[in-house]
Design a protein around this ligand. Structure first.
Ligand code: AMP
Length: 421
């Protein structure tokens, strides 16, 4: 038998229903804050990700699914969404009438990471991106929107980690300080980190190798290097969160795995998923639109990892498939034909139906209806059709009603409505 590719997963029906609930909750919440949906393709030119995520990141160095396109171009399955949304914002001049745009998207991402629990090679994200607003209140509002969305899903034990990475100017001083610390400790660092000291020392703070983590623990904090403007920006973000009652922890080592972040960065973390603690992450990326060839427009956004979030939601609540409202226990060719028609008509009224077309005894059919959790069973046999009344059984109370076949759809609909299903 041909099996699933390692690192990829099937979302089976019970879980898929939770995915739908989470997606709908995100759409409802984000649309309240003025976001509209954007859908971009899963394939982009490789150069887009190299220029945005950064050449020295794990994603670009090791994890992209890249293959030749036409002529000399290389194509990549998107490893994240922000770069594509920025490309679309620029390409379609979404800034022309008003640079302020609030966009969200939902879809799969691809990274060739080492597969393990909570870490897949195809995973889905819900992304939100805001263009054209420099105010720190926007950062705070975005974090508020994200935490309220998560609260509504009743996932316990989530924490907001918050940091500022400053702007390119003040970050330069911080980079120098990191280089000074790390270059004396190369014997304790992994080969990636040694290689990155000169070009991109911030990446060391994000390395998961234990030796590197120990060295990073003694590194200086970006908070001590923020310029006056970045410091003021960060203070307003925290004041905004305080005003809205959003709890957060300051985390001076939170740099995130992508190079484009400036100023505010944040992550939602949990202890419930083992090694993969990040459920969502984001931050400001004020330079990216211009860097990718657009106008100078500030931006801020986040990405929620759907696979991890759904796992948390499912751990907190049992997953129940929606049962049929009406199960047809139809016996014999004539009964199947009539039940088939009634089922179609009831479904047109928005009622969930199920028919069993197999040749089974009434007892076996009732057992199956019970197993599916059907609210009502319509018993349709030859005798019932001759007598022009079928029996409607309410499974919870076992009460049985005779329903005239001529008026079946209206009566069944009424009964369902009465029982509050
Ligand atoms: P990032 O784009 O790396 O900032 O990731 C944003 C979120 O996507 C993370 O917080 C995770 O929840 C999720 N995520 C990232 N990589 C993976 C992966 N390989 N498998 C599952 N979820 C992931």
């Amino acid at each position: 038998m041909i099996q699933l590719v390692r690192g990829f997963r099937d979302i089976l029906p019970g879980e898929a229903m939770v995915w739908q609930q989470v997606e709908q909750a995100a759409r409802d919440r984000f649309e309240c804050f003025g976001f509209s949906e954007i859908r971009t393709p899963v394939i982009e030119q490789t150069a887009l990700f190299k220029r945005s995520i950064g050449e020295d990141t794990d994603i670009v160095e090791k994890e992209m699914y890249t293959f030749p396109g036409s002529k000399d171009t290389l194509l990549t399955l998107r490893p994240e969404a922000t770069a594509s949304v920025v490309r679309a914002y620029i390409q379609h001049k979404l800034y022309a009438a008003d640079p302020v745009r609030k966009l969200y998207s939902i879809g799969p991402m691809f990274r060739r990471e080492r597969p393990q629990k909570g870490r897949y090679r195809q995973f889905s994200q819900i992304n939100a991106e805001v263009f054209g607003i420099e105010s720190p209140y926007m950062d705070a509002q975005l974090i508020y929107m994200l935490t309220r969305f998560l609260d509504a899903l009743d996932v316990p034990g989530l924490r907001v980690h918050l940091n500022s990475l400053g702007c390119p100017e003040c970050r330069n001083g911080y980079r120098d300080a990191l280089r000074a610390v790390f270059s004396g400790k190369t014997d304790r660092l992994c080969s990636d980190c040694v290689r990155r000291i000169d070009r991109n020392p911030l990446r060391l703070l994000d390395c998961k190798v234990p030796g590197c983590r120990e060295v990073a623990a003694d590194a200086p904090s970006m908070a001590d290097f923020l310029c006056a403007d970045c410091d003021a920006h960060f203070k307003t973000v925290t004041a905004g969160l305080d005003a809205m009652g959003v709890a957060y922890e300051r985390d001076p080592r939170l740099v995130r795995g992508l190079d484009y972040y400036t100023r505010t960065t944040f992550e939602i973390q949990t202890d419930a998923l083992g090694a993969q603690s990040a459920v969502a992450g984001g931050g400001r990326y004020d330079g990216l639109v211009e860097q990718l060839g657009g106008p100078s427009v500030p931006a801020v956004g986040f990405a929620i990892g759907m696979d991890r979030l759904v796992e948390l939601v499912m751990a907190a609540q049992p997953v129940l498939l929606r049962p049929p409202a009406v199960f047809f226990a139809a016996m014999g060719a004539e009964a199947w034909k009539r039940a088939f028609q009634w089922a179609g008509e009831l479904s047109d009224q928005g009622i969930r139906v199920e028919i069993d077309f197999s040749e089974r005894s009434l007892k076996a059919l009732m057992r199956r209806a019970d197993r599916l959790g059907a609210q009502f069973v319509l018993i349709v046999g030859e005798r019932e059709l001759e007598e022009k009344t079928v029996s409607l059984r309410h499974m919870a109370t076992k009460a049985q009603t005779a329903v005239p076949v001529d008026n079946l759809v209206a009566v069944v609909k009424e009964k369902i409505w009465e029982s509050g299903v």
